[in-house]
Design a protein around this ligand. Sequence first.
Ligand SMILES: Cc1cc2nc3c(=O)[nH]c(=O)nc-3n(C[C@H](O)[C@H](O)[C@H](O)COP(=O)(O)OP(=O)(O)OC[C@H]3O[C@@H](n4cnc5c(N)ncnc54)[C@H](O)[C@@H]3O)c2cc1C
Length: 418
Amino acid sequence: MSIDDDTKQMPQGDWVGERAHALASLRDFIPKMPRYAPRRNYAVPGDDGVSRLSPYLRYRLISEEEVVTQVTDALDFSVAEKFIQEVVWRTYWKGALHLNPGVWYSYQERVNELVAVADASSWGPVCEAARAGRTHLSYFNEWVHELTATGYLHNHVRMWFASIWIFTLKIPWQLGAAFMYHHLLDGDPASNTLSWRWVAGLHTKGKTYLARPDNIAKYSEGRWTPHEGELATEPFVVQDELRLSARQEPELRCVVSSTSPGLVLSADDLSIDQILDTRDYSSICIYDAAEDRTPLKREFLARAIEDLCERVAEQRSDRSIAVVSSQSDLTRWQEKESLDSVVIVQPQVGFPVNDLNSWVSSLVTSETSVGVLHRRWDHELFPLCSKGFFTMWERFQKRWATKASLSGLVGAGPGTPQ
Ligand SMILES: Cc1cc2nc3c(=O)[nH]c(=O)nc-3n(C[C@H](O)[C@H](O)[C@H](O)COP(=O)(O)OP(=O)(O)OC[C@H]3O[C@@H](n4cnc5c(N)ncnc54)[C@H](O)[C@@H]3O)c2cc1C
């Protein structure tokens, strides 16, 4: 079994990987905000209840900070509170994974192990049927087809999907998470892995999410009506196979010696040019991890990276921006540009950070100086994510109310506070 089989589809997405589209989508959604809290849980085609901003937020074609700022500039906090809370959930998951990167590495290891034993396992055939959308549950099959064709599922559908995968079909959660991650345009190491763990009862120990027929019928307004007895009625305890020995990444934290270092960006943050003067850097490189992607995701991300390159080219006379996808390409870029100092914008835990961290380790031994920049939003909020979401949410609200800045950058780079 491979976790990355593509369905035969041509790119046909609703999302265009351009910052202008992200900004326009937010602008169009703001007037619809009063419907968000009452309608966000309804998964009804054509309903404007949710923003569908997640592919843009995932790659930060628009940042969480910009979204919350623009929304609160236009509306009372109370009108947009539920929406802002959801945007902050994204940050919470990122912060939680940042504080516990072993969860990611452990999950990755387990996916590889499960893929290797799938053909000989009792759940293997069910897993194949689920991935192909050929189970005995017609609504589940519809969700699989929608996911693979569009790269998107409504949040409530993602919850039902994960719950049925784990508790009714009894397939290991890690394979469902990997399947969803691969197909979602917004596939995100933190939101996806930790949401699956949450459904399985592994994030808040013992608190599982069980999809119920009446809930599915109500929130799909009768489109999907599972029969009583068709879905699991009792959750079981999912073993947490988290390995404490799993690799923990050291944080990248160093200094910059040159006044005009090279800059390494990652595909995790494609609107960094809005808060950083790219003219401070002698050369720029965008690192996009070599992941196996669906055609939809490839197209979206290729355009998003091109879009960043076009914006950066407007700021600088030097128009050459390298786009690389391996450690050896990074080294070639550094050697070609004769850089003895580089600054990296910290990527989130996930594929890019794996490679970037090993590259940085090799730089440190070769005596190249390395600086790391963090968005202030991440720097201030991630440490608050060690407990439950609502503890973090309360502290976030207090901070936001005092207008304490969460914008800009911190870290070691030209012109930034250390
Ligand atoms: C099993 C499961 C897997 C998921 N996998 C991902 C994933 O890979 N990538 C991803 O971006 N989201 C994931 N989510 C979270 C959520 O489903 C999506 O962010 C949301 O559906 C995106 O649609 P939207 O932009 O219309 O959301 P809206 O409801 O309009 O919310 C606005 C923004 O808030 C954030 N947000 C909303 N709900 C959540 C949530 N529950 N958790 C975290 N952030 C949220 C998103 O950035 C979203 O764009 C997952 C949820 C579940 C239950």
